[in-house]
Design a binder for this molecule. Structure first.
Ligand code: MG
Length: 219
C-alpha cells in the first residue's frame, strides 16, 4: 500500500517561466533587441550542452558555488547577444518567482494533503529550492526535503530516496516516487520505490498529476 509520495522538483511540480523569453527580455532592457528565434536557438543549445556527460560530471548540483559557477559559464553562451547575459540568466534561474507550478500541481498537493498523505521533495539542485515553494505558500505541503547539495550526492543515488522515506516514516515499498527523468528519478526503483515518470507536456498543459489522488485512494 502506498502511504507517502516523493516528488522531483523541476519539470515535475514546477517549470521555468518564459525560458528563452528571458534572453529576449534582458536584451530589450539593455536596448539590444534580439530575434526571438535566435534567442530560442541559444537557449536550446545551452540546455543541450548542460545535459552532456562532460557537463554533468562537473557536479554542479553538489554545492551552491559549483552551481553558480557552472551554470553561469553555460549561460554565458548567450553573451554573444549581450555581454553579461550569462550572469543575468543565472539570476533568473535562481529567482523563486520565475518558477511556476503546473496547472494541476496545487490541486494535487491539496488532494494528497486532504488524504493525509505525507509528501517529500527529492531534487538534484545546487540552490535552495524551498524558496520556490514558500513564495507561493506551498512549502506547508512538504514534510521532507532532500536536496542534493545538502547531502553530497545526486540522483540516481539511492541514499537520497531512502533518506526521504526515513523522514516521512515509511518503508521504500510504501512510497511512490514521481518525476520526469528516467535516468535520475528512476534511481528510486533500485531501492524498491515504485516510480512514475511523466513525459514532457506542452507549455501550459497539466502535468498529469491528477492520477496520484486515484492511486492513493486505491481506485
Ligand atoms: Mg526533473
Amino acid at each position: 500500500m502506498i502511504r507517502a509520495v516523493l516528488f522531483d522538483f523541476g519539470d515535475t511540480l514546477f517549470r521555468r517561466a518564459g525560458e528563452a523569453q528571458g534572453i529576449v527580455e534582458i536584451a530589450e532592457r539593455h536596448d539590444c533587441p534580439v530575434d526571438p528565434d535566435a534567442a530560442r536557438a541559444i537557449w536550446t543549445e545551452i540546455h543541450e550542452r548542460a545535459k552532456s556527460p562532460g557537463e554533468i560530471a562537473l557536479a554542479r548540483d553538489l554545492s551552491p558555488e559549483a552551481h553558480r559557477r557552472e551554470w553561469t559559464r553555460l549561460f554565458s553562451m548567450a553573451d554573444v547577444v549581450l555581454p553579461g547575459m550569462g550572469r543575468a540568466l543565472y539570476e533568473r534561474e535562481t529567482d523563486p518567482n520565475l518558477w511556476v507550478p503546473y496547472p494541476d500541481t496545487v490541486p494535487c498537493l491539496e488532494a494528497l494533503r486532504a488524504l493525509g498523505v505525507p509528501m517529500g521533495v527529492v531534487s538534484d539542485t545546487g540552490w535552495d529550492i524551498r524558496s520556490v515553494f514558500s513564495v507561493r505558500g506551498l512549502d506547508r505541503f512538504i514534510d521532507a526535503w532532500v536536496l542534493s547539495f545538502e547531502h553530497g550526492a545526486v540522483k540516481p543515488a539511492g541514499i537520497l530516496f531512502e533518506l526521504a522515506c526515513e523522514e516521512l516514516g515509511v518503508s521504500p515499498g510504501e512510497a511512490l516516487m514521481v518525476g520526469d527523468n528516467s535516468m535520475t528519478d528512476g534511481g528510486a526503483v533500485a531501492v524498491g520505490i515504485p516510480t512514475i515518470i511523466f513525459p514532457q507536456v506542452a507549455e501550459g498543459a497539466p502535468r498529469g498529476l491528477s492520477c496520484l489522488e486515484r492511486i492513493l485512494c486505491g481506485d
